[in-house]
Design a binder for this molecule. Sequence first.
Ligand SMILES: [Zn+2]
Length: 289
Amino acid sequence: MPEGHTLHRLAAQVNAVFSGSPWRVSSPQGRFAAGALRLDAEVPRHAEAWGKHLFVHLDTRIWHVHLGLYGAFSFRGDSSFAAPPSIGAPRAWTAELRPRYDDDGWLIPEPPQGAVRARVQARHGWADLRGPATCAVLEPGEHALILARLGPDPLRQAPDTSATAERERFLENLARRRMSIAAALMEQAVIAGVGNIYRAESLFLESIAPETPSNELSASRAAALWDRLSQQLRTGVREGLIRTLRTEGDRRHWVYQHQGTACLRCGELIAARELQGRRLYWCPGCQLR
Ligand SMILES: [Zn+2]
């Protein structure tokens, strides 16, 4: 599942290639036909991410996307349809089209492939959304309701502040919960944007046992965990992938999907088990209660 860094990169990408000009919106698959009609010909003003949610603010409406487990955007266009290189492509990006243009000077897109829920099109390119968990036009007030249910997103705080309001909210959210810290990190109401990989890697690097009840984690350790996640997510936005193990070589993670192999720190075998439908990875040697 895409974690928060992917959504923030996606918002930056949408801003770079769509904001400020009218777009065309359709639903080649048909399931978003009515919604597409309401977004078509509007001007996207600003895209933002909060945790795993993407909101595109248009003149009069807001488009809401949650990729879920399988959703993805793909972007294609001519050579002028480009985001800054630092953003890169969320998925496929090819500029090797032989471009053809319609009478209004818009690039003629390729026929949609597969089940494209929504196609958004600018003059020089388009993006196809496939397989999202949510793709909806929000009614007035719904945006605020969704945000009210979401916990703080480490990527929405200023990068250089040490004790932020967001971090305080995270600490309060943990203090109110008896569920394990491993379960709490996956609750989007506790902290928004963390998924399975960041959960495993941050708990390992902070030497926190995954079964620790959230409200038994000291404030200083909870704060350190927030800071660790903030730093990891920011690196993820910058690099476009999750790489928590910063050593030479191809291996990117300390514990994630390394069950049964020796921990690089202590030599104990890395463990894995199911927790509420998602696999949890940890080192029983380093992450003692
Ligand atoms: Zn270990």
